[in-house]
Ligand binder design. Structure first.
Ligand SMILES: *Cc1c(COP(=O)(O)O)cnc(C)c1O
Length: 423
């Protein structure tokens, strides 16, 4: 399997190099030059996710140092529940039963198992992540206990919630949490400066783990394929997928699953008030812009980076895009809770609202799956007043809160970051 940049100005590379690099040298995103041809009939819907995943991932890793590792990595990375909840009109695919309570666990856990195998004692890999949200927690958790690939997480002091801070600072070696005296932009600038410093970059083998990494995208294809197989076997019809979207990684993974031949019907995107994708769907013009803050803050993206990958897919049809504002997010959480008892996080609520906006014929035409991307407990501050009830912490997140934290304070200064990296 050969990977090429979406901008076509970088040399083709194998899977391990594409995963190691993150972005391509020309600034583009890596995609397979051609998708593998799978025999979908061979996929038994009754098998566990990890086995389906191993068979999907194997051809994507072929011809690289990761060849032959798919089975072991999938078994180790996808060791938590993938749950489908039947709400009558639709099913909710709960992607949040991993250790940090958001679907980012799928991507981060697989990515780190790849990086750990790619890195060696003489070729260290350090993932630098500036984050306030779900990615940092998932990355830290995924890196804990790795032998060769470590994670260094930067976050802005005093600007994230107590729970978020805890979830960034509670992971053991080789994970480091750096609390930066500055805002989120200062953290990101610092990370960019570090990547731009060739010596620092080479010494620590710096790389990123953001959602453009193909190593995060590939594992997400697996749960969509698995869920589609299961629903199609039950209903005799390909399910439609409704995907709360920010950077478009989750949606792109669903489209890849459909291009591989898995029974995926129409794909509907749900966004918050950041309407770049909704405007594109309406007017055909993709106009990246600054993001605005919403209740579904892990989707506060004005310039979805994975959009660039759409052009590399033969079948890139998107049914529709719903842009759901905060008022409608609240109303949707309240309505679905009242009618079904289901508690959705604000991100998942955009998906439920997108379903509500489909016309009645489309709703009844086929089974629909809405992705539930985060556990509502993580957004209890926003959700509890809306449903007028308390949300209990699930075991995985309660466990996080019991862990001790460790953090290093630094100024927003490259010399201080370099010193912290040297420890
Ligand atoms: C990251 C995230 C999203 C957006 O996913 P993309 O792949 O960036 O489109 C949605 N919901 C939650 C909870 C997330 O953490």
């Amino acid at each position: 399997m050969i990977y090429v940049s979406t901008r076509q100005a970088s040399a083709p590379v194998d899977a391990a190099a594409a995963i190691r690099a993150g972005a391509a040298p020309d600034g583009g995103l890596y995609m397979p030059a051609a998708l593998p041809v799978l025999d979908i009939e061979q996929f038994d819907p009754a098998r566990p996710l990890a086995q389906t995943a191993a068979d999907i991932l194997a051809p994507f890793l072929a011809g690289s140092p990761l060849e032959g590792e798919a089975r072991a990595m999938a078994a180790d990375a996808f060791n938590f529940l993938l749950k489908s909840v039947d709400l009558g009109q639709l099913s909710v695919l709960e992607l949040f039963h991993g250790p940090t309570g958001a679907f980012k666990d799928f991507g981060a856990r697989f990515l780190f198992r790849c990086l750990d195998r790619i890195a060696g004692a003489d070729a260290p890999v350090s993932v630098l992540a500036a984050t306030s949200g779900d990615t940092g927690g998932a990355v830290g958790c995924a890196a804990e206990g790795r032998a060769h690939a470590r994670a260094v997480i930067l976050f802005p002091k005093g600007r994230i919630s107590a729970f978020q801070e805890h979830q960034l600072c509670c992971w053991r070696a080789p994970v480091r949490a750096l609390r930066v005296d500055g805002d989120f932009d200062a953290c990101q600038t610092l990370v960019k400066q570090a990547f731009a410093d060739p010596q620092l970059s080479a010494r620590h083998g710096l790389t990123s783990a953001n959602s453009i990494s193909i190593g995060r995208l590939l594992p997400q294809v697996c749960y969509w394929a698995h869920a589609a197989l299961g629903h199609a076997a039950q209903a005799g019809q390909a399910p439609g997928l409704i995907i709360p979207s920010g950077n478009l990684g989750n949606a792109l993974a669903a489209l890849i699953a459909r291009n591989l031949g898995f029974p995926v019907g129409p794909v509907v995107l749900a966004t918050n008030a950041n309407a770049t994708l909704a405007d594109w769907a309406r007017h055909g013009v993709f106009e990246p812009r600054a993001s605005i803050a919403t209740l579904a803050n892990a989707m506060d993206v004005g310039a979805p980076s994975n959009f660039e990958r759409l052009g590399a897919l033969p079948d890139r049809a998107i049914h529709s895009v719903a842009s759901v504002h905060d008022d409608d997010i609240r109303a949707t959480i309240r309505r679905w809770h009242g009618e079904t008892g289901y508690i959705a996080c604000p991100h998942t609520a955009t998906g439920l609202a997108a379903f509500d906006r489909l016309d009645a014929d489309a709703q009844k035409e086929r089974p629909w799956i809405v992705a539930a991307t985060a556990h509502p407990f993580k957004f209890a501050d926003a959700v509890e007043p809306v449903i007028n009830a308390e949300i209990a912490a699930p075991d995985n997140l309660a466990g996080v809160l019991e862990r001790p934290v460790e953090v290093t304070d630094i100024r927003a200064d490259l010399t201080e970051l370099a010193a912290a990296l040297a420890h």
